[in-house]
Ligand binder design. Structure first.
Ligand code: SAM
Length: 173
C-alpha cells in the first residue's frame, strides 16, 4: 500500500514525496542534508505482508516481507544508492534507514533493491542512469557475487543465500 497524492500529508518532516503522473514514476526527496552514516529514520508502523512491489524483505524466509505503510515506500532503486534499509537487527525497533554517503538537501533518496530483495515480485528496467547501472533489476538471485560485493550495504540474508548458491562467501571491504 502506498500513500496517495489525494490529501497527501507527509509521514516524515524531513522528506516529501514528489508525485509524478504515470505508473511508478514518483519518488521521495529529502528536505535536509545528511552525512554518511547518519540515521535518516527508524522504521515505524510497518506490518508483515506478502511479497509485493511495495514490500521490503526482512529475512530469508518466504514470508519475511513488510509493508512500510509510510512515505518511505517511495524510495526508488538506484545501482549507486544514497541510503540503505537496514533490517538486520533481531530487535525490530532498530530497523532503520541510514545514509551511505553525504546527501544534499533536495536529493532523491534511493536504495539498492537487491540489498534486501532476493527475487522481486515486479522486476523492472532500471532508469537510475548511474555508471554502474545493472539494467534489469529482479533481485539479488539474478546478480553475480561481484555485482553484489561492489555494493556498500547488502543484508545478511542476501549474503547467506548467495553463499549457498555459489558455495563461497562474499568478502565485504
Ligand atoms: C515501491 S515502488 C517505489 C515508488 C514508485 N516509484 C512509485 O511511484 O510508486 C517500486 C517501483 O518503482 C519503480 N522504480 C523504482 N526504482 C526504479 C528505477 N531505478 N528505475 C525504474 N523504475 C523504478 C519500479 O516500477 C518498482 O517496481
Amino acid at each position: 500500500m502506498k500513500p496517495s497524492q489525494k490529501s497527501y500529508v507527509p509521514t516524515h518532516r524531513d522528506f516529501v514525496v514528489e508525485f509524478v503522473p504515470g505508473d511508478y514514476m514518483s519518488s521521495l526527496k529529502t528536505k535536509r542534508g545528511f552525512q554518511g552514516g547518519d540515521l535518516l529514520a527508524r522504521l515505524e508502523g510497518f506490518t508483515k505482508g506478502p511479497k509485493a512491489y511495495t514490500s521490503v524483505q526482512c529475512g530469508r524466509g518466504a514470508n519475511d516481507h513488510i509493508e512500510l505503510n509510510t512515505d518511505l515506500v517511495y524510495v526508488n532503486h538506484s545501482c549507486e544508492p544514497n541510503v540503505a534499509f537496514d533490517l538486520s537487527s533481531p530487535d525490530t525497533s532498530n530497523w532503520h534507514l541510514r545514509a551511505l554517503r553525504r546527501i544534499e538537501p533536495g536529493e532523491t533518496l534511493t536504495f539498492f533493491y537487491p540489498s534486501t530483495e532476493w527475487e522481486m515480485d515486479q522486476p523492472f528496467d532500471c532508469q537510475c542512469g548511474t555508471p554502474s547501472c545493472l539494467g534489469t533489476i529482479q533481485g539479488a538471485k539474478f546478480l553475480t557475487t561481484n555485482e553484489l560485493a561492489a555494493r556498500q550495504w547488502v543484508s545478511p540474508w542476501i549474503l547467506e543465500l548467495v553463499a549457498e548458491r555459489d558455495g563461497c562467501v562474499i568478502e565485504k571491504a
